[in-house]
Structure formats: C-alpha cells, structure tokens
Design a binder for this molecule. Structure first.
Ligand code: ATP
Ligand code: MG
Length: 369
C-alpha cells in the first residue's frame, strides 16, 4: 500500500458510489459498498456487502474501511453514529442530521444569515391553514424529509387547495415555503478537508423538467465575480458551521436583481456537479475522495470556457451517436431502463456559447421535447 492509500467504505451502491470509485482508483484507494443487490451501479467496482447477507453487514464494511462515506442524505443517523465510534464517517453526523430535514436546514440558513424563502413547519391541516394565512399564496408545500426529484411537493395557489394538498402529501410533517419568483436555478459545489482547506466550483445553471434535473450549464452564464463570491461566502459559513469534511452542494434560486436565495443542500457529490468529471481540473468525486482521506484538495477550475451535462433519463437512447461527437463524453451507470430513472449523463465541452448550443441541439434526443 502506498502511504496515501485508504480503504473507503460507501453506504450505498448507486451511481454516486460508482463515480467515487472511478475517481478514487487512480489515487490508489480501494472501495467497499453497502448495497442491496449485485445489479447496482457500484457492484463491480469494489467489495459488495449486501443487506441480505446474514451477518452483521455494517461490521463487515467497517472492518474493511479506514473511512466511511455515504451516497444519500437519507442515510440513517443512528447507523452513522454507531459506526463513528470506531471508524471516521465523513461528512460527519451533524451534516447528515441537518440536511435530511428541510426545517433544520432552513433554521441553519437563518442562523447564518443566508437568505432563503420564508417557511413554516406544520404537522396538521389546521396548522397549515394558519401558516397559509400568515405567509400568503402562492407557496410550495413539501415533506420535511425524504423528498427528491420534486417528489412530495404541492404548489399551493389558492386556499381551497389546502385540504387536497394535505390529503396528497400530508398526514406527516410538512414545510410550507414562500414561492420564490426566480429567473434561474443555480447550484454550487464546495469541498472542505479536515485541514480546513476550502475549495469552490463555479456556480452552474440547472434546468429541470417535471421535477428532474435535465441539464446543467457550467459555469452559469453572466455570473459576476461578486455573485460567485457571495455564493462562496455562504458555502464557507455552512462548511465551517457543520465542520463539514467532503463535498457539500447547495441549490439556489437567482431572483431578479441577481439576488441569491438558497433552496436546499446536500452533504454529498451532486448531479449538478457531474460536469466536473470531464470539465474541471479535479472532479467533485476526486475532491470528495481527497477530502475524506485527508489529502490536499485539487484545483476546481474549468478546463475549457464552457461545458454542459445532459442527464439520460428513463431510456438509454441513441448513445452510439454521442460517441461520434468529438467533444462529448458518455457516462453510463449500468442501470436498467425505467421511467424517470437516471441512467447516465453526457458531458460536452465548448469554446463558446454558440458551440455549446450546437452540441445541446445534437443531443436533442436526450432532452425533454
Ligand atoms: N420555494 C420555492 N419557490 C419556487 N420554486 C420552488 C421552491 N421550492 C422548490 N421549487 C421548485 O421545485 C424544484 C424541486 O424542489 P427541491 O429542490 O426543494 O426538491 P427536491 O425534491 O429535493 O429536488 P431534487 O432532488 O431534484 O433536488 C426546484 O428545483 C424548483 O424548481
Ligand atoms: Mg432540489
């Protein structure tokens, strides 16, 4: 083993784990995954410890690992706490605890003076009515936990929708958020290691369709240095407050007047950072691996003026065509086709906007009509 080699245990075995391993092997790292089946995207990239194995699955992974990380903010906090007694888990418990609950996230944004939508946590239809009266409409009602790809959300436009909204997504704790009238959706990926080094990728623009991220433009067009610095200062506050080690991603709205309003955060590598695999000097995956194994962080600068990441959703589509495009890189996750499922992504590089849009046009089969 080289002095920097570590065994990395990942809770989860999806595409994020797969891309972490692909980035970590050149650094001499080894990987183990906690998964469900041998069909998962990470299964052939390291030791698979399956939940069905009739032994203490966590023990097997922990015995293997020098450090543990996770793929999802829905990872059980109790398990992380238990593992952390013997093996470091990064990002640590606090990052996980805060980011798995929208109310806790927003309370932290408020405490750090990071602008976010007004909000109210409610646990009954009566409380929801009071919150609507206080906050006004339109507003977005969301489950406080477990939402992804826009699931568990209801846009409330009039008071007579309250009962319907409660019956569709309620019966559990919800959060009512003021509707943000945004121009664009942006995100920023930041990384901190245990030596308190911080690095930031440029703000990117994200375009969603039916609640799912479809493509990202990196860097986002027409972002002033001031706005980038503002986003970085929010990230620094969050990284320091959480004592975060690893990648942290924040999704934001850009409102008229170029104001940033934070939407949510994820204590992990993020779909809107996949462009960095081909488009940045160091990918978000490599930087996460570096951060959790105590290595210096890599340069986050883009390798070219512009890049885009297009998600492959539901159907694999004409991927051979992508391989004939000189500035495109195909990334497939080895997943079976299913409606709404993220099966892979395509990164394209460009010298200017015109070239980028030509390439996005050529990838029309992968974009919503
Ligand atoms: N307060 C809001 N005002 C206006 N639009 C909103 C608001 N909250 C969410 N949205 C819209 O809904 C989308 C999904 O919301 P959010 O990111 O909170 O949910 P999610 O299910 O965690 O999504 P994902 O997993 O894709 O990040 C946002 O990208 C945005 O387009
Ligand atoms: Mg989101």
């Amino acid at each position: 083993m080289t002095p920097i080699s570590k065994n990395i245990g990942v809770l989860g075995a999806g595409q994020l784990g797969r891309m972490l391993a692909i980035a970590g092997y050149p650094l001499g790292q080894k990987f183990g995954f906690l998964g469900i089946s041998d069909d998962e995207p990470s299964a052939l990239l390291g030791h698979m410890h399956k939940q069905s194995d009739d032994v203490d699955i966590y023990k097997k992974l922990v015995d293997f690992a020098d450090v543990i990380t996770y793929e999802s903010e829905n990872t059980d906090v109790e398990i992380v706490r238990m593992i952390a007694k013997t093996t470091p888990v990064y990002p640590a418990e606090k990052s996980l605890f805060v980011s798995q609950h929208r109310g806790r996230e927003k309370a932290m944004f408020d405490a750090l003076n990071i602008p976010c939508a007004p909000y109210k946590v409610v646990d009954s239809v009566e409380a929801l009515k009071v919150a609507v009266a206080e906050m006004g409409l339109p507003a977005v009602l969301k489950t406080t936990t477990e939402g992804y790809d826009g699931k568990g959300q209801f846009v409330l436009k009039s008071e007579d929708q309250i009962e319907q909204a409660w019956s569709e997504i309620g019966g559990r704790e919800l959060i009512l958020e003021g509707f943000v009238d945004f121009m664009r959706e942006l995100s920023i990926v930041a990384v901190r290691n245990a030596n308190d080094e911080h690095v930031y990728y440029p703000l990117v623009q994200n375009v969603h369709h039916e609640g799912i991220l479809r493509y990202t433009i990196a860097p986002a067009r027409e972002i002033s240095e001031e706005v980038q610095k503002q986003a970085e200062s929010y990230m620094k506050s969050l990284l320091d407050e959480l004592d975060h080690v690893g990648v942290l991603t924040v999704e934001l709205f850009e409102t008229t007047g170029n104001q940033l309003v934070v939407n949510e955060m994820a204590p992990r590598v993020h779909n809107s950072g996949h462009w960095t695999i081909d488009g940045a000097m160091t990918s978000q995956f490599e930087n996460h691996v570096r951060a959790i194994t105590g290595l210096p962080l890599g340069d986050t600068a883009p390798r070219q003026p512009l890049a885009a990441m297009v998600n492959i959703i539901g159907e694999t589509g004409p991927v051979e065509k992508v391989l004939t495009m000189p500035k495109a890189h195909l990334h497939l996750y080895d997943k079976a086709e299913r409606k709404g499922r993220k099966l892979g992504h395509i990164n394209v590089m460009a010298e200017n906007e015109e070239e980028l849009f030509e390439q996005l046009k050529a990838l029309g089969d992968f974009l919503p009509k």
